[in-house]
Design a protein around this ligand. Sequence first.
Ligand code: ADP
Ligand code: 5GP
Length: 207
Amino acid sequence: MTGVFIISAPSGSGKSTLVSRLMSEVPGLTFSVSYTTRKPRGREIDGEAYHFIDRLEFEDRLQNSEFLEHAEVFGNYYGTHRSALKIAEDRELDLVLDIDVQGASQLKQTIPDAVTIFILAPSREILEQRLRSRSSDSDETIRRRLADAAREIRDYSRYDYVLVNQDLDEAAETLKSIVRAERVRRVRVEDRIRPILRTFDAALGST
Ligand code: ADP
Ligand code: 5GP
C-alpha cells in the first residue's frame, strides 16, 4: 500500500533542504514532480524541479482530468499529475509531495490516509535571515515572501504534523521518524503480517 506524504511550508522554512535529506536518507520514496506554468528559476531543469508548461497546455490537461489536485499560487498554476501516484504504486514506493495548503486539502479528500506535514521556521526573524542567506531573491521578493508566510502559517492547524525547523539535523531526523513511524501503522502492514501469522497457524496445527 503506497503511503502519501504531503509536505507544505512557507518559502524559506527549509522545506527543500529537509525534503532532499529525507529523499536521500530514507529508501523506498519517490518524489512527485509537479507541473507548473511558472518560468524556471536559476538552474531548474525541466522534468527535475518541475515539468514547465504554458497556461494553455495546463488548461488542456486540467480539462482531461490529468491532475490529482491543482492550485493557483502567486499567479501561476501548479498541479500533481495522476501518473505520479500510479508510478509510485507500480514501483511499490511511497510518494512525497511538496505542495501548497490548497493542494494538500484537495488531496486529503481524495486520499484520506495521506499524511500531512507542515514545516515552520522558529520565528519571523529567523525566516528572514534564512531567506536572505539564500541570497537568490531581491529585497522586494523577500518582503513579499515574509508577508505570504504570515498568512500561510495560519493554516498549520490543518496538518497532521507540524515540524519546527530550528536545528537542521534534529528536524531532518524528526521528518525521517515521521515517515518511518507512519510506515508501520497497522493498516499499512496488514499484508506483511498475514504471512507471519500463517507461520504460527502452521505450528498450531502440528501440536
Ligand atoms: P524552502 O525550500 O522552504 O524555501 P530552503 O530549504 O531553500 O527553504 O532553506 C532556506 C535557507 O535556509 C537555505 O539557505 C538553507 O540552507 C537554510 N536552512 C534550512 N534549514 C536550516 C536550519 N535548520 N538552520 C539554518 N539554516 C537552515
Ligand atoms: P515555487 O514556485 O516556489 O517552487 O512553489 C510555490 C508554491 O507552490 C509552494 O508552496 C509549493 O509547495 C507549491 N506547489 C508546488 N507544486 C505544487 C503542486 O503540484 N500543487 C500545488 N497545489 N502546489 C504546488
